[in-house]
Design a binder for this molecule. Structure first.
Ligand SMILES: [Zn+2]
Length: 209
């Protein structure tokens, strides 16, 4: 039965999740939060859903984040280099995942779905407080307590890394060229921002991220 709502950015991880769990996913939601790369990502999210015949909804959160200090929102340049670098903090969008999960929980409750799924994996980095396992555990409890349907938060990839997730995704039919990850947001992915590096590393195209 299809009763899961997936948070689908259009990147490698969530497009992998979409393919791996295509038989359980009733709908996928993408958020536009005003970032440089959202248009490209959402284009891919839409393409993947069309291909699999899964309902897709785009939600505009631009007003929520407008004016906030984040390199992803156009305040300052996107740092090149590794995710762990201190400069990566400039790419934090305040409580982004918390806000998105709250919206997703409301939709799941309204449509009588059973769960919300996110494609977090073990490599999701410590720079973002709302990507950490402790945060997901707290959010899972709040979601169940705050809904009649006791909406669950599914993080099926929490214990595997990005390369393993990409491999499972490809086996399930995900096409890397039909995903978009770059923080810079150009027509062609830049290859040097942290997200591009992680992506290429996960796909075996470079030795280290
Ligand atoms: Zn890039």
């Amino acid at each position: 039965m299809k009763n899961v709502l997936l948070s689908l950015s259009g990147g490698l991880d969530s497009c992998s999740a979409l393919h791996i769990y295509k038989n359980s996913i009733a709908m996928a939601v993408s958020f536009h939060y005003g970032a440089n790369h959202n248009d490209q990502e959402i284009r891919m999210a839409k393409l993947n859903c069309e291909r699999l015949g899964i309902d897709h909804k785009v939600i505009n959160l631009k007003d929520v984040f407008e004016g906030m200090n984040s390199a992803l929102l156009g305040k300052g340049s996107i740092p090149e280099g590794h995710y762990e670098d201190a400069s990566m903090k400039s790419t934090v969008v305040p409580f982004r995942n918390g806000i998105m999960l709250s919206v997703l929980t409301g939709i799941a409750e309204d449509l009588n779905f059973k769960a919300v799924m996110i494609a977090s994996h073990s490599g999701d980095n410590e720079v973002y407080p709302d990507c950490r396992p402790e945060f997901n555990a707290g959010m899972r409890a709040a979601m169940a307590m705050g809904t009649y349907n006791q909406i669950d938060l599914l993080t099926p990839f929490a214990d595997i890394g990005k390369p393993e997730l990409a491999k499972l995704g490809i086996e399930a039919g995900m096409v890397p060229e039909q995903t978009y990850s770059c923080y810079v947001g150009g027509e062609v992915q830049c290859g040097e921002c942290s997200t591009c590096r992680e992506r290429d590393w996960a796909l075996g195209l470079r030795d280290a991220p």
